[in-house]
Every structure is written in C-alpha cells, then in structure tokens.
Design a protein. Structure first.
Length: 147
C-alpha cells in the first residue's frame, strides 16, 4: 500500500457555495503537486459532481445538513471521499441502468465511470469514494502539505 502524502478533510453545511469553497481548497492543495491538465480536470469534475449530488440530492439543499469531503493524495493516486447526512440512494440499481441524455440529471454515474479509476459506495449510498490513478505517479512541486 502506498503511503498517503496529503490528507485533508472539510465538513460544511450543505450549500452550493460550500461546494465552491471545498473545490477551491482542494485545488490549492493539488497545486502543490505536478498533475497533468487532464488529471486536474478529471479531479475537479469528479469532486464537483459528487459534492453537488451530496448537497442537492443527499441533503435536499438544506443547510442544516452537512457534507464531508476527504482528499487523499498518495504517490500514485488521488482519492476523494464525499459523504452527506442524507439517507442515501439505491446505487446498485443506478449502476445497472444507463444514462438518459434527454434528462437534466442522472449523469453522475457516467461521469464517475469515465473519470475515476474506481468508484465505491457505502451500503446505504450516502458516501462515495472516487479514486483516480495518475499515470506516471504524483510528484510534489514543493513540500508535502497536510491539514
């Protein structure tokens, strides 16, 4: 198992403004590492999609509920774990169905499959772990950072 270089965690009220806040904080940490533009795009997209789902669907946009986001950087991958206070959803059924491109929603799972190396959910479906393996490994630009 590769050691974790960076582990950061944020817990905020479930608002879209806090999605932006979390993504900005994560980007500042990822800037400490040499990542390709493709990996940066994928990680930002995965994080925003999962956080938006947590706020909109998991917490019903109720600011009295919270989401938690963990960012873990190892020598070969970046892992995101996003959990919310919601009851979860039947991810097993969603995994088996395709995306209907005529709908405004329901694109989370195809995005996860396309941009993450692995996708796992906890049993109730209110926590998703997205791991992206970075080809060539992850090099620190300066010093390692931990929060």
């Amino acid at each position: 198992m590769t050691p974790t270089r960076t582990h950061a965690e944020w817990t905020y009220p479930a608002t879209l403004q806090n999605v932006d806040r979390t993504c900005a904080a994560a980007a500042s940490i990822l800037n400490l590492y040499t990542l390709s533009a493709k990996d940066r795009f994928a990680l930002e997209l995965l994080m925003r999609e999962a956080l938006n789902n947590a706020v909109i669907h998991g917490c019903g946009r109720r600011a009295e509920k919270t989401f938690t986001c963990q960012l873990m950087v190892s020598e070969s991958a970046v892992t995101l774990e996003i959990a919310d206070d919601g009851t979860g959803f039947d991810w097993r059924t969603v995994l088996c169905t395709g995306c209907d491109s005529t709908l405004e929603g329901g694109r989370g799972m195809p995005i996860y499959r396309l941009y993450a190396s692995s996708v796992t959910f906890n049993d109730p479906g209110n926590c998703v772990t997205l791991k992206r393996i970075v080809e060539g490994g992850i090099d620190a630009r300066h010093t390692d950072h931990a929060e």
